[in-house]
Design a protein around this ligand. Structure first.
Ligand SMILES: [Ca+2]
Length: 228
């Protein structure tokens, strides 16, 4: 009985081996639903009372200004709120109203100064006053927005005599100002942000009384160095 069982097992085993001949296992996997669509670049701004908005209002203001008045420091957080890396920002300062008042609002180094970057100290940020007078900075390059060349010195750009200071009027006359990434790219990399600090004072030479200006700061974000 035992012998018979052994023979049957052998026979079955042999049959199994015969059955394998010529057969191969196979398997298949697929990657499906691969869709392509274009993304978008989005810039949003944050100030004291508005968060991640395309349009801010009343970010930087001074009232009842007198000769020598210090305009309270304000800052605007600029965020590339998208998954697309940008190459540079464009800043445009424009105003309507009293040219005399604009000429007498002078950007200062007080507090955090007039500066763009991550920290208010000279570390991962650029002193815009220095840059707009032609100075170099390792963190960000300050360039002419119209063609990406070095901006030179905008002191006197509004036709005033150079006084080694940068006024709101000169900022406006300079037109498009490019902040180009260099060692740092915070605020330009996808989903990153950096701050524009604004500090200014009123020059002692202001004579225009009851004068008003309304300033618009336009900030553009471009993906490629070729974009003006
Ligand atoms: Ca000046």
């Amino acid at each position: 009985m035992r012998l018979l069982l052994s023979l049957i097992i052998v026979a079955l085993t042999m049959g199994g081996m015969v059955g394998i001949t010529g057969a191969f296992f196979s398997s298949e996997a697929k990657s499906i639903q691969n869709l392509f669509s274009s993304g978008s670049m989005e810039i949003v701004l944050t100030d004291l009372n508005q968060t991640r908005s395309a349009i801010l209002s009343h970010s930087w203001e001074g009232t009842t200004l007198l000769p020598g008045s210090i305009i309270p420091e304000q800052s605007i957080v600029i965020r590339n709120n998208s998954n697309v890396h940008a190459d540079h920002y464009d800043l445009i300062f424009s105003y309507t109203g009293s040219g005399d008042l604009a000429k007498n609002i002078i950007l200062t180094d007080a507090n955090s100064g007039f500066r763009y970057g991550v920290s208010p100290e000279d570390f991962e940020s650029v002193n815009l006053i220095t840059g707009l007078k032609g100075g170099d900075d390792v963190d960000y390059d300050i360039q002419k927005g119209s063609d990406g060349s070095q901006i030179g010195n905008i002191d006197g750009a509004d036709g005033t005599t150079r006084d080694n200071r940068i006024s709101l009027s000169e900022l406006a006359a300079a037109g498009k100002i490019r902040i180009q990434k260099a060692e740092d790219s915070d605020g330009m990399r996808a989903n990153s942000e950096a701050t524009l600090w604004l500090n200014a004072m009123v020059d002692q030479n202001l004579t225009a009384q009851n004068a008003n200006i309304e300033v618009t700061i336009t900030i553009g974000l471009d993906q490629d160095a070729s974009q003006l």
